[in-house]
Design a protein around this ligand. Structure first.
Ligand code: Q0Z
Length: 276
């Protein structure tokens, strides 16, 4: 099978007309891939994405062809999918103020051209979810903010509107359901593509902790940064080693691996209601 893309934690292969999306057990912190895998991470996030694709099917069709017709070495953590013509916009929705959105808000009072109320603080919930697209930067470079008008100029009014409403629809559905299970999805990035008939289809992974910021609703408090639901154990341990956040990352001890694996499984079980 031909490797066509290798991301930090996932790989993409071509198989005839289809693509095979393979989620690895690799974990990245501060943008550095650690040398120690988290067992079952790839399978857990694959299962979670598949569950969400099904939940979201009335909002947008998805790219999944089969979760079982994949090479046996990747069984459980690979998805056979339709090859789409990917939209050259990173479609992001935010319901809370953090990350680059917070930086932009503090500078301008707006995020991606969306004016926000004055006086918001870090991690605040926004009055309503907003569409904050970014450019698709080449690997290694950073994405830059776009306004909705930039998306209109690039994709046309009708498609820009469809991208925004689809992205917001996915976020609202996901964030509402997760919150009922005690997990805040602060923001999420979705990948949309066009099928041969020009219809938008949801691709890649969706509403996973690798594509979204997950926070614990029980400890959420505006006015400060929030712990990452999945990676905080690794971050705190790594900070304690004195690691300077440049490659290579530290080898993880067994107990940190076990606790982090348990967090991914907890996310899966709480959101889906299924037992891992
Ligand atoms: C997704 C990515 C990487 C994993 C291209 N159904 C599709 N059709 C066309 N293209 C894609 C998909 Cl999912 C596609 N990516 C992102 C990169 C590993 C996913 F290295 N790139």
């Amino acid at each position: 099978m031909k490797l066509i893309h290798s991301g930090k934690v996932r790989d993409l292969y071509a198989d005839g007309d289809d693509l095979i999306l393979v989620a690895s057990d690799r974990v990245s912190v501060y943008d550095v891939i650690l040398p120690t895998p988290i067992p079952d991470k790839g399978a857990v996030l694959t299962r979670l994405s598949l569950w969400w694709f099904d939940q979201l099917a009335d909002i947008v069709p998805h790219h999944v062809v089969s979760a079982t017709d994949v090479p046996p070495e990747w069984a459980g953590r690979a998805i056979r999918c339709r090859r789409l013509d990917m939209v050259k916009v990173e479609c992001v929705a935010r319901g809370y103020l953090t990350g680059s959105g917070l930086v932009e808000y503090r500078k301008t009072g707006a995020v991606c051209g969306v004016r926000l109320p004055a006086g918001l603080v870090e991690s605040d919930r926004l009055p309503e979810a907003i569409f904050t697209p970014t450019t698709k930067a080449p690997l290694g470079e950073h994405d830059t903010a776009m306004t909705y008008e930039d998306v209109v100029a690039q994709e046309g009014e009708a498609d820009a509107s469809a991208l925004r409403e689809t992205t917001l629809g996915i976020y609202r559905r996901g964030a509402e359901l997760a919150l009922e299970r005690g997990i805040i999805i602060a923001d999420t990035k979705v990948e949309l593509g066009r099928d041969r008939d020009g219809r938008f289809v949801l691709a890649d992974e969706v509403l996973t902790p690798d594509s979204s910021r997950f926070w614990d609703a029980a400890t959420w408090e505006p006015g400060r940064s929030q712990d990452s639901f999945d990676k905080q154990i690794v971050r705190d341990w790594a900070a304690g080693t004195g690691w300077d956040k440049t490659p290579p990352g530290p080898v993880l001890p067994d107990d940190i691996v076990a606790k982090t694996r348990a967090r991914y499984i907890e996310v899966y079980e709480r959101i889906t209601g299924n037992t891992w």
